[in-house]
Write a protein that binds this ligand. Structure first.
Ligand code: HEC
Length: 91
């Protein structure tokens, strides 16, 4: 009984930790890989090209592929979500 309660209490904690890790991963990946050609100013420039969340994800993939990084979907998603949270703010 006691054990059951402990496990139940851990679940939301785990979910929060995973969300936090995804945010950290996105930030770290961008800082390590994505600053050689453009700074983060492209994400907020006046005539930025990206206008949808889908488009953002595609652009992340395009830039990632041109670097030959072979990211997993999780990495693409983490970076897309990091850029969206901090710069693009699409719904
Ligand atoms: C090899 C050079 C290069 C690297 C490295 C690079 N990019 Fe790019 N990126 C570009 C170019 C070129 C553009 C288009 C700029 C333009 O349209 O003027 C661009 C544009 C973008 C845009 C769209 C900006 C807008 O207009 O809204 C995003 C988002 C982006 N890059 C993400 C990334 C991410 C994430 C990484 C790291 C995986 C990355 N880039 C690394 C070359 C690069």
């Amino acid at each position: 009984m006691n054990r059951l309660i402990k496990t139940a209490a851990l679940v939301p904690l785990l979910a929060a930790t995973q969300a936090l890790q995804a945010a950290d991963t996105g930030k770290a990946l961008v800082e390590i890989n994505c600053t050689s050609c453009h700074s983060d100013a492209v994400y907020t420039r006046e005539n930025r090209r990206i206008t949808t969340l889908e488009g953002l994800k595609n652009q992340v993939k395009r830039c990632e592929l041109s670097l030959g990084l072979k990211w997993f979907d999780d990495d693409v998603n983490a970076v897309t979500s990091y850029l969206n949270t901090n710069y693009y703010h699409f719904k």
